[in-house]
Design a binder for this molecule. Structure first.
Ligand code: SF4
Ligand code: SF4
Length: 376
């Protein structure tokens, strides 16, 4: 097991961690075996972005008598309805109750990390401040219920806005080559590379990683495998499968990244994740992505939003991302999709996005797919 240090506290963080997202879908005994084996192997990062409250008792059992072995990441604003369905909220009294309930169900009185859950819109950032959610988070930290305060987001501008508060100790961000890469051509955000057909990491994203590193704010990675899509050539936008060691190494090579949180739904998933530590440099080598061209990605969305503007003000990249995640089995994707300001149902089928997309993605078809799947 390898560890990285949290700059401000010197805490040691395992470079891979358990993402709780898939644990609700398996029976309790299997979940317990997975979390217990992960802990025995030296994994100390356990994130609780969970879709069902039935995950908390499993983690509680795994931690019995050894709470100090784990660094638990809880989410402020992640709650559950009476029937157990996941719901994001900014109602400060529900946020507090939900957080306390999670602690109680885990049998602990503090969270090592607490992330303000899933902030992807600037309007939502304002709601976090105006609703008292941010003040609550600071208060919980002062009380010692939260050791380190963070947020989770998929958007660079949101990360920058929240980092500017100077109150953020850590943040969770979606990192993988599909989210990072972009065609050099037509992209003013990229540096002026001579080969206009190649793909490079989006400058805006690489700058965020460098900013986080220079400010000493570590990044915990969610979706390192894009919900498994990148591991399968049939679902990968690169039309070829990448491996767990390649994708873990890719994430760990980004500045500020301290850990990759992977959803685990089987013991084999844990085995594959831990096999990263036995892999050779050649097995971790992900340089194949530097040889990808626009042609390789034809028809595949890489979530770059070069297709905007959209007259219906649809965030096309996010619609595609949540559609792809849902099709890959991510249960939270639907909620995230429904939280978008404008959904696929608003599409006017004007086709301007398809003219702008460098990858010739059939956007209108995908909008119809999203409408059919999500109902809006
Ligand atoms: S449809 Fe094309 S331009 Fe739009 S986000 Fe996807 S890849 Fe980028
Ligand atoms: S086709 Fe739909 S998604 Fe594309 S730009 Fe027009 S309204 Fe927006």
């Amino acid at each position: 097991m390898d560890y990285r240090l949290i700059p401000k506290t010197g805490q040691k963080v395992s470079t891979v961690g358990v993402g709780g997202t898939s644990l609700h879908s398996i029976d309790e005994d299997l979940g317990l075996r997975i979390v217990s084996r992960a802990l025995e192997s030296g994994v100390n990062m356990i994130d609780l972005t969970v879709e069902s409250p039935n995950v908390f008792p499993v983690v509680r059992k795994a931690l019995k008598g050894q709470r100090e072995r784990a660094l638990l990441g809880l989410h402020l604003g992640l709650t559950f309805l009476k029937d157990g369905q996941y719901k994001r909220t900014r109602d400060v009294s529900i946020v507090r109750r939900g957080f306390e309930k999670q602690l109680a169900e885990l049998g602990t009185d503090y969270a090592d990390f607490a992330y303000i859950h899933y902030v992807d819109e600037l309007a939502d950032v304002e709601t976090i401040f105006s609703s008292g959610t941010f003040d609550l988070a600071l208060k919980l930290k002062k009380e010692g219920r939260i050791r380190q305060l963070g947020f989770s987001s998929h958007k660079t501008e949101i990360c920058r806005r929240l980092l500017a508060t100077k109150e953020i100790d850590i943040f969770m961000f979606s990192v993988n080559p599909a989210y990072d890469l972009n065609p050099v051509a037509n992209n003013p955000m990229n540096e002026d590379w001579s080969d206009q057909n190649n793909l490079r990491v989006i400058k805006d994203r690489s700058e965020l990683y460098r900013q986080a590193e220079s400010e000493g704010v570590p990044i915990t990675v969610m979706k390192p495998f894009a919900a498994g899509r990148l591991l399968d050539e049939r679902s990968s936008p690169f039309k070829r499968a990448m491996t767990v060691p390649q994708l873990v190494q890719y994430c760990l090579d980004r500045p500020a990244v301290v850990t990759c949180l992977a959803g685990l739904a089987a013991e084999s998933d844990l085995n594959e994740l831990l096999a990263y530590y036995d892999s050779t440099p050649a097995q971790r080598d992900y340089s194949i992505i530097s040889r990808l061209t626009l042609e390789d990605l034809r028809g595949q969305c890489v979530y770059c939003n070069h297709c905007l503007p959209c007259p219906a003000r649809i965030d096309i990249a996010s619609v595609h991302k949540f559609l792809d995640l849902a099709l890959a089995g991510d249960q939270m994707a639907k909620n995230h999709y429904l939280a978008l300001k404008n959904q696929a149902g608003a599409c006017q089928e004007c086709g301007s996005c398809e003219d702008n997309c460098p990858f010739q993605v059939p956007v209108r078809e995908k909008m119809k797919g999203a409408l059919k799947l999500f109902g809006r």
